[in-house]
Design a protein around this ligand. Sequence first.
Ligand code: C2E
Ligand code: CA
Ligand code: CA
Length: 818
Amino acid sequence: MRLSTKIPLIIIPLIAGPMLLLGLLAYVQLKDSAETRGVQAISSLLTRLDTQLQQIVSTASANISLFGDDPQLANYLLTDDLEAREALMQRPLQQKFSSIQRAYPEYYEIRILQPDGVEGLRLSTRNEPDLQEDESTSQDFHAMQHSGNDTLARVALNPDNQHLALFVFRRLRLINPALDSFRSEATVQGYLGLTVDLNPLLDLLQASPWPSARLLLSTPQGEILASTEGQPLQQWLRDYDLGNIIVSQTPVQHPEFEGQPYYHHARQLYPDLWAHLLLPESELLQESRHVGLLVLVVCLGSIILSIPLVLLLVRKQMLAPIQRLNLALSRLAQKQQLIQVPIQSEDEIGELGRSFNGMSRALQESSERIRALAFRDSLTGLPNRLMFNRTLRREIDAARQHGHRIAVLFLDLDNFKNINDTLGHPAGDQLLVKVSEIIQANLRGYDSLGRPTDVDPTHEMARFGGDEFTLLLRYLSSAEGVVPVAERIIDALSQPIELNGTPCYAGCSIGIAVYPEDGNTGDDLIKHADLAMYQAKASRRSGYRFFSSTTAEHARQRACLIQKLHQAVEQRKFELYYQPVIDSRSRRLSSVEALIRWSDSELGTIPPASFIPLAEENGLILPIGAWVMEQAARQARSWRDAGLCAPAIAINISSVQLQQKDFAQQLTQLLSQYDLDSSDLYIELTETALIQAQEQVLENLYALNKQGIKIALDDFGTGYSSLSYLQNLPIDILKIDRSFIINLQEKNNGLILSAIITMAHSLDMKVVAEGVEDQDHLAFLSTEGCDLMQGYLFGRPCPPADISHMLKQQELVDSRAG
Ligand code: C2E
Ligand code: CA
Ligand code: CA
């Protein structure tokens, strides 16, 4: 599950849950307090009712004692003459009462009762009949008569109108000055009564917040004296039994009226008066319901507001940076380039971003290091082939744009292999480093030098070896501009370089290709410079050569020849010819030299001098040489089998063959395979093969010598070997090069020849002269004591059948002579 799904799933309940719980708690708390407030309001309403009633009572009590002291009232009561009372006193008294009623409208009835309880005077503001004119039998009057106090206040239903009223009576004691002495006790002359309307008490409820609340006043027995409601409630209350509740002091919990539960609060206001407040539960709880709704709205509102806000925050602060990092990581994986993410916070995510940026930078640096390794030759620190090619490509583009020339020089050291072989690889490496320094010292700042080593991408190490350097010369105005540079380098490298105390001559050959004349691409330029270098090397050492179309043609032919040679080797398309070698004294066939012949259907006959060096270069000489040896051995066998007096066969062996470890073994194996003697075959090798004489070559030579196989030194006189050098080598025959014989007329050649022959004899070597073409040659060589002769005078290289024929002829001559 993705974080963008997971986080809302976690956050929404985390926010909504506690908020709803908090809301619930707040609701419960607020509801409780709303209820408490409701109950308090009820209680304070009842308290107000109580206070008001007490106030009415106390005011009425105070007023009645005040009114009772009125002298007019005393006069009225003390006047026995009833007529006089009514005619004189009643009217002013009524006026007084009426003014009292104006001041206190609730005193709707003021009465004067005679001591026997009969009403003497009554003033009522209401137009109601006076149903009870005689109070003598009434409970109130009776209580008044026996009360210790002069004032009595009672709450009761007014029998005249069945309304709740406060009855206040004042006992009026007076001394009758006409009858009594001043010292005699005051006697009860009558009573003053006030009837106060208590119904306004119920109006208190109007100020309450509960429109359906009911206030009622009852006797302790539950008889309802006044109420804010009419008949239906009365009936219900009868069933509810208020009296019982007052007595037991336990109101029924939430009595139901008209299907609604009610709260019932009762309070005793006066000894005979109870107040009841009946309040529908719905109204009491209305506030808490409002509060609940408010809490719900607030909760939902904050949930609705906070969840998107939190999610937005999480997205901005966490998800978005993580996504950015993710994206940057995949881009880093794809492109491997420097990628940086913006750091927007100082928290862990910011740290993560910073670590990522650090990692990306480190990756970038290490990939740059790797690239540097991949583009440099580790030995000399020079650009390798890859980098040189890039530079060359770039320079070709620039040269094309600006119309100037560039030249590619291909340098190859002449004696690197020798030095490497004789002084060892560390010295060879040292030489390469020094050479690179020497070349660089002879360059201008904007020329660039490279060592075309290859980098194997699967290994970190560059491939060593190779004594080649490539050089790029820029801003040339003409091709000739290269000449001084090439000459300077050749000259510098022809000086001895000291390696471990030994002065060494590296020497170098340079091939030059110029853009645009010699090629438009880097590959072409390098290839052509390489070809020109080969030509320089072939013509003379330590020289330079410009690329030319003939060079290219040569190269093309060479490539074609190599390809054909491969085919020829595979298909064994060779023949072996044999050239007679004649004994100077007996003039008989002494031996034959096996010479290879190759004719191609397209190219015609190809001379061995053209393809043998090629085969030596690419290693094809090994299968070719093996074929020649086998073919020669087979021929020797067949001549013997034919019963002919077979001559020894000389086989030309390349130095490459002699470097094989098991070469001597191969040859002896052949001898035994074809049941031949060691004298039946012998080998010829050239001077150069001997000069390069490596351990392996010498080992092979000694092994052959040990086996009794003779060794001839071919083309003697073309190389640099001296006879004294040869005396330590197992050489049996010296073959003097053809050039000496052909130029026999040249001044010293005759002398040199006789000297060579004499010295060879002194070293116990036989001497063969090659290229004997005429009788003069023959005569000279015979006189000088040359042992053997080979040349067109005696016979050209020919197929084996011709030799067979020659052998048979010779045997015929012999038998005739015999
Ligand atoms: P080489 O070993 O010096 O062979 C003698 C060359 O001189 C032969 O040339 C031969 O035809 C030529 N020759 C002989 N007598 C005369 C003469 O009187 N006048 C002139 N002008 N030339 C004469 P070829 O057969 O063309 O061979 C050339 C070279 O090729 C050989 O020189 C030898 O170095 C090499 N070669 C030939 N066959 C083989 C082979 O089987 N193996 C190896 N490794 N090299 C071979
Ligand atoms: Ca030869
Ligand atoms: Ca030769």
